[in-house]
Design a protein around this ligand. Structure first.
Ligand SMILES: Nc1ncnc2c1ncn2[C@@H]1O[C@H](COP(=O)(O)OP(=O)(O)OP(=O)(O)O)[C@@H](O)[C@H]1O
Ligand SMILES: [Mg+2]
Length: 244
């Protein structure tokens, strides 16, 4: 029996047999503003609050201080978890854009997957995390450039996470309008055990949010597209409703 890691996101786990598979990596893709960062962070916060599992967030696009502030509106106190050694946030943003950083964990430049993995290994010695988020893979893809090389580097990242005992979510930005696109470079979904897609589509004069489990190895999952909302407590998936 494969062990499940509940995301704790209301409505989501029942779509996929109780949660993600332990020590596997998942891709979470969607256009800008679709809720990737909130979903991935909620997975980490629930791990800490509900399941006593420490987490790691590698932020490549958003500076950690902004992330802490944005997520505080949902009542998630990242700083407190960091102080308790339940959470580590890696600042992989500041040095990339040439800004100094006084964060505890800073990724070096030029970007190099090996040094990122060394950083994660160091953090593991300190907090023994069980969950990790890499937000996002897309900026790493642009740094590497070549899709074939990017695919190998992503495989290195996901495999290392698995070996380190981390159940992980890797986010991926897709371009709006390319409604069938599930990844940016066309390679990301091949290196993971599952792909979750977030939609943020125009329906008449409003936008609706929806979620689809596109692939999940080892799971009998919902094949439907379900609506979700971002509430003041985070994401809520309406697992009994469908969107066409
Ligand atoms: N407190 C809140 N209540 C409701 N909706 C919110 C709240 N905070 C943020 N949102 C919505 O969530 C969106 C941002 O979600 P998120 O940052 O997770 O998107 P993303 O997919 O990571 O985008 P990007 O690819 O640009 O990083 C905002 O544009 C807003 O619509
Ligand atoms: Mg984001």
């Amino acid at each position: 029996m494969l062990e499940r890691v509940p995301t704790g996101i209301p409505g989501f786990d029942e779509l996929c047999g109780g949660g993600l598979l332990r020590d596997r990596s998942y891709l979470l893709s969607g256009p800008s503003g679709s809720g990737k960062t909130i979903f991935a962070s909620q997975f980490i916060v629930n791990g800490i609050e509900k399941y006593n599992e420490p987490g790691i967030i590698i932020a490549t696009e958003e500076r950690p201080q902004h992330l802490r502030e944005h997520l505080a509106v949902f009542g998630w106190e990242l700083e407190k978890y960091e102080d308790e050694n339940m959470l580590a946030i890696v600042d992989a943003t500041s040095t990339k854009i040439g800004l100094p950083s006084d964060e505890r964990y800073i990724d070096v430049r030029p970007f190099d997957v090996r040094s990122l993995l060394d950083q994660i290994i160091t953090i593991q010695d300190e907090i023994e995390a069980r969950r990790a988020v890499l937000d996002s893979t897309t900026s790493i893809g642009f740094t590497i450039g070549d899709p074939a090389k990017f695919r190998v580097e992503l495989l290195k990242i996901s495999t290392t996470m698995e070996i380190l005992g981390l159940t992980s979510i890797l986010t991926c930005e897709v371009v709006e309008g390319q409604s069938d696109a599930i990844s940016r470079f066309g390679v990301e979904n091949f290196v993971v055990e599952g792909t979750i897609v977030l939609y943020y589509s125009k329906l008449e004069n409003t936008r609706v949010r929806a979620i689809e489990i596109f692939k999940m190895r080892g799971s009998n999952h919902s094949k439907k597209i379900h609506p979700f909302e971002i509430t003041d407590k985070g994401i809520v998936v309406y697992s009994r409703e469908e969107i066409f």
